[in-house]
Design a protein around this ligand. Structure first.
Ligand SMILES: *Cc1c(COP(=O)(O)O)cnc(C)c1O
Length: 341
């Protein structure tokens, strides 16, 4: 194995083409065997369902090099299950969950030279996705689908320490009640682009979306779930049917309870109680936890006592524990770590 000559520590979160990807096609009602291929380009009809009606879903996970030099992935079975749920909601065929894990393993193995070395802070991001590929003009689901997995090395999310960010409460909605907020579909991102560009123009790092029905309850950001720490050190995360079930958030809740002995609560969180929390973080695969220092509610600032310099103490403990498990420094719960090689 010869690692690629990449400046790992200075990589950004961008796309870099790697050597191999996995592709499987669905037609005549069944998936083919699938294979690792080299061609990164996709040829399809100008009228492909994904291009006209956005029938596409995806997943995101990472491969890490552990302290003892193994390549591992984190809870891929949960990504498999979530993609299957997304497929059902989008009238797409389920890609069998065991085959999903196998495809991810094959793709990471085929690109092992791109898995950043331990200690660089960089990781290999893995993107499984599926889309309707045959021509569709009258509105209906596609008949033929393609499932692919590619990888791209990404740099440390926090360069020079995790500085708390400032976010705003958005006037746009991310997900409707009974909509598609709880699945990982490209369409949820397409409609968030204007909101995030607007927030960035105004100087905010992210949007906090409220529930679309009452606009009184906290949902999530465009791509990460919220975790709050109360002043008596309880962990609280919003509960709603229109939040995407983050694997990082679910893992952090488990870690809080089982490793740190903290009380955890998944419940409705009202905007009006934001001012009472001690710490706030955004959780997702990309950053694990990104600390929030301040929330701007239409000009009114909610400042967390943890401040704008560093992560709050409990957020930091959660972050260190989960990344310790992922990087092999701490013993993982049964089934959380899949060793690739
Ligand atoms: C992917 C995603 C997350 C984070 O989920 P993880 O499984 O932790 O990466 C959170 N919110 C949304 C809307 C997402 O699409």
């Amino acid at each position: 194995m010869a690692k690629k000559n990449i400046d790992w520590a200075n990589l950004s979160f961008g796309y870099i083409k790697t050597d191999k990807r996995f592709v499987s096609n669905y037609s005549d009602g069944k998936w083919d065997e699938g294979a690792i291929i080299e061609d990164d380009m996709i040829t399809m009809s100008e009228c492909a369902c994904v291009l006209q009606y956005a029938q596409t879903i995806f997943e995101g996970l990472k491969a890490y090099t552990t302290e003892d030099g193994r390549i591992v992935i984190f809870r891929p079975d949960l990504n498999a299950e979530r993609l299957a749920n997304s497929a059902r909601r989008m009238e797409m065929p389920v890609f069998p969950e065991d085959k999903f894990v196998d495809a991810v393993v094959q793709t990471v193995k085929a690109n092992a030279d791109y898995v950043p070395p331990y200690g660089t802070g960089a990781t290999l991001y893995v993107r499984p996705y599926m889309f309707g590929i045959n021509p569709v003009i009258g509105v209906k689901p596609a008949d033929d689908f393609q499932f692919r997995v590619f990888t791209t090395p990404v740099g440390p999310y926090f360069k020079g320490g995790a500085k708390p960010i400032v976010i705003k409460i958005s006037d746009f909605d991310r997900a409707a009640p009974h909509g598609t907020g709880n699945i990982k579909a490209g369409l949820n991102y397409a409609m968030s682009l204007h909101a995030i560009v607007t927030a960035h123009e105004e100087g905010f790092a992210e949007n906090m979306y409220l529930d679309a029905r009452s606009r009184t309850k906290v949902e999530e950001t465009g791509g990460a779930n919220f975790l709050f720490v109360t002043k008596d050190n309880k962990i609280v995360t919003p509960k709603s049917d229109s939040i995407l079930p983050s694997i990082t958030r679910r893992s952090l809740m488990y870690v809080a309870k089982e490793y740190l002995g903290l009380e955890v609560e998944e419940r409705e969180v009202y905007k009006d109680e934001l001012k009472d929390f001690a710490e706030c973080g955004l959780c997702g695969t990309a950053a694990v936890i990104s600390p929030v220092g301040k929330i701007n509610d239409h000009g009114e600032e909610i400042c967390f006592p943890s401040g704008m310099e560093e992560m709050g103490p409990t957020t930091k403990k959660l972050y260190d524990t989960l990344t310790g498990i992922q990087m092999g420094r701490l013993e993982a719960p049964e089934g959380w770590i899949k060793v690739i090689e």
